[in-house]
Design a protein around this ligand. Structure first.
Ligand code: AMP
Length: 218
């Protein structure tokens, strides 16, 4: 039995579509329930519902054979102990810097100045500003990042942006795009050997489904 870890929401919705293309269906009443282990109609595959940032941890330690996680999550985790064989091209968005309207970001984000940045993407943010030579004081938050510039906790935030509606609703503007984000299929390195007979066909089928889906960049 293979175990696939993923988060609820956009990734689960898009993955359900890819699995359907592979001939695997989820039980919709289980999806709508609070169950954390979801069966599929394939007795060889079950899903684990975990927090997005925990997906690589489950896969790294072999509690799940494979998982689906955003590039943003994988960059923060570091990717130790997991292969990332397929860009599924789902849950696309971008990692961006945003500030209050009227904040002079081009003058503030220059070498020699200090910028206070609130984010949950601590490692990626540190690397981004280090490349630019900008000193940053990073304030780690776990959610509602948009609030930080509004109440003076930070000058800027780094967060994932899709439509930009959340930023606009809070009077923030995107001032710099850092990188495009999409969800990756990740695989436990040991499982790739021990479960190869069942794992390899599923990885190949998901890759084919991702390619066939419009917008799939796999
Ligand atoms: P937006 O469509 O820009 O208003 O995005 C709404 C919120 O959902 C933002 O605060 C993001 O943190 C989050 N979000 C949007 N797209 C994604 C994604 N692909 N992966 C993870 N979080 C996302």
């Amino acid at each position: 039995m293979l175990t696939l870890a993923l988060s609820k929401g956009r990734i689960l919705e898009d993955t359900a579509g890819l699995l359907a293309q592979c001939g695997i269906r989820l039980d919709s009443s289980a999806v709508d329930s609070r169950q954390l282990i979801l069966p599929t109609d394939d007795p060889g595959l079950r899903l684990l519902i975990v927090r997005a940032s925990d997906v690589p941890t489950y896969v790294q330690h072999g509690a799940a054979d494979l998982g689906i996680a955003g590039r943003d999550v994988m960059l923060e985790h570091g990717g130790e102990g997991v292969f990332q064989p397929v860009d599924l091209g789902i849950a696309c968005c971008r990692l961006a810097v945003a500030t209050r309207q009227g904040f002079d970001y081009p003058r503030a984000a220059v070498p020699g100045k200090r910028l206070r940045v609130a984010t949950k993407y601590v490692n990626t943010t540190r690397r981004h500003f280090a490349r630019k030579g900008v000193h940053v004081d990073i304030i780690k938050l776990y959610g509602s990042m948009e609030l930080a510039p509004l109440v003076g906790l930070a000058d800027a935030i780094v967060d994932v942006v899709s439509t930009g509606n959340t930023l606009r609703a809070n009077g923030l503007v995107e001032v710099e795009s850092i990188m495009p984000i999409s969800a990756r299929l990740i695989v436990n390195q040991a499982a790739l050997k021990t479960q190869q007979r069942t794992l390899a066909p599923l990885v190949a089928a998901l890759e084919r489904a991702a390619r066939a889906t419009s917008g799939g960049q796999a």
